[in-house]
Design a protein around this ligand. Structure first.
Ligand code: RIB
Length: 336
């Protein structure tokens, strides 16, 4: 009898997170042996079959999923897409990619058109997706998973990073490196990821005597707004000694502004970004950042979607993955 056990059933039986089960299946050597053993035993006991082709998906479905991203020019999203596509491909599925520009109307149009093409399910990185679109898909039994920017109120599974804790990691690191007047360039506040990073920054500096609300400036998650934001901050506070940018592209823009003013990084100002995109390894100086598990997030979202395609719509799980501080020269201490 073919097992209909899902990745969640395996996680529950093994007493681990869905993310850990996914890691054991995908990158077993990254998991501690005892945990991996526990998970493999649960897979065996439940006869969980991660391979969609063996699960007979190909016969029942089109074998196509849609991935709708807000800005494919931002390197964060292609990295996310890579994680989605690698897992989908291994499961014998094809991925259709769309770019929404964070417009709800475009997202609705993608859903309308692709539903007619009988895609088996949707993965959206979106803060603008319309609740009625999500509910309609779920009512029709068409799975949808939100990735990265999901609103916790949305009635579908969400895979995202722990943005608020990640922001606290960044600011604590700048303080540990000797910074006392730390500014923040925040992303568009309509994105929950940007809101949570601003909250994390305020959690740490909010009580400090050196803090002032004018130490935070808005950005648009791109290089130019990061450059402009750093310009504004330096004009207001020439004594800034640390900048935490809400994503890596804005941090790169801040590096540009500091360079244009002849301000040395990290000697005079230390800079930290957020995301962990490849660009941070080639900036001068190399950029310290809070790395999201981008590839893993994409792969996990696909695995959760596949389970819903195979076993039916489930409860709306929120899976929050940990982030990692990657320290490089842009915050190194004692570089005088
Ligand atoms: O760089 C793009 C940003 O938008 C990332 O931080 C990601 O989390 C998304 O919300």
């Amino acid at each position: 009898m073919e097992s209909l056990a899902t990745i969640r059933d395996v996680a529950r039986l093994a007493g681990v997170s869905v993310a850990t089960v996914s890691r054991v299946i995908n990158q077993k050597d990254l998991v501690n042996p005892e945990t991996a053993e526990q998970v493999l035993k649960a897979i065996e006991q439940l006869q969980y079959v991660p391979n969609a082709v063996a699960r007979g998906l190909a016969g029942k479905k089109m074998g196509i999923i849609a991935l709708i991203l807000p800005d494919i020019l931002n390197p964060f999203f292609p990295a996310l897409a890579r994680g989605v596509e690698d897992v989908a491909h291994k499961q014998g599925l094809t991925v259709i990619l769309g770019n929404s520009d964070d417009l709800g109307i475009k997202e609705s149009s993608y859903i309308k058109v692709l539903k007619k093409k009988y895609v088996d399910g949707f993965i959206f990185a979106s803060n603008t997706i319309r609740e009625e679109d999500v509910m309609a898909l779920r009512r029709e039994g068409i799975p949808i998973v939100l990735l990265d920017r999901g609103l916790t109120t949305t009635a579908c599974p969400i895979i995202r990073s722990n943005n608020r804790e990640g922001a606290k990691l960044a600011v604590r690191h700048l303080i540990d490196q000797g910074c006392r007047r730390i500014a923040h360039i925040y992303g568009p506040q309509e994105f929950i990821t940007a809101r949570e990073r601003l909250l994390g920054y305020e959690d740490i500096v909010g009580e400090s005597k050196d803090f002032s609300p004018s130490l935070i400036v808005p950005g648009h998650f791109d290089i130019e707004s990061g450059r402009r934001g750093a310009e504004q901050l330096l004009a207001r506070y020439p004594d800034i000694d640390g900048i935490f940018a809400g994503n890596d592209l804005m941090a790169v823009g801040a590096l540009k502004a500091l360079h244009e003013r002849g301000i040395r990084v990290p000697e005079e100002v230390k800079v930290c970004g957020f995301d962990g995109i490849g660009l941070t390894e080639i900036t001068e100086p190399e950029l310290t950042t809070v790395a999201q598990p981008i590839y893993e997030m994409g792969g996990l979202a696909t695995r959760v979607l596949l389970d819903e395609i195979e076993s039916g719509i489930s409860e709306n799980t929120i899976i929050e993955l940990d982030v990692t501080l990657v320290t490089r020269k842009s915050t190194r201490r004692g570089q005088n």
